[in-house]
Design a protein around this ligand. Structure first.
Ligand SMILES: [Zn+2]
Length: 66
C-alpha cells in the first residue's frame, strides 16, 4: 500500500512511501529511495518537510527528571 507524502504547506507531492521505503521523485526522472526518517525541501514553496516513518509519527519521549 502506497502513501503520498505531500508538502505540509502547499500540498505539493514530494514522494510516495510504503513500509520501510520512501521514493522521492524529482524532475527529469531522477528518483531516490531512502529510509526513515526523511527530510525534503519542497521544490515549490521551499518548506522543509519531515517524515518520521510509519509507526514513528509520535515517538515516545523519555520523561526526564529535570
Ligand atoms: Zn510546498
Amino acid at each position: 500500500m502506497k502513501r503520498r507524502w505531500q508538502c505540509v504547506r502547499c500540498g505539493k507531492l514530494l514522494g510516495v512511501w510504503g513500509g520501510e521505503r520512501l521514493s522521492i521523485r524529482f524532475a527529469r526522472g531522477h528518483q531516490y529511495i531512502v529510509g526513515f526518517p526523511a527530510e525534503a525541501t519542497c521544490r515549490h514553496c521551499g518548506t522543509l518537510n519531515e517524515l518520521p516513518g510509519e509507526g514513528r509519527a509520535t515517538p515516545p519521549r523519555c520523561a526526564g527528571s529535570q
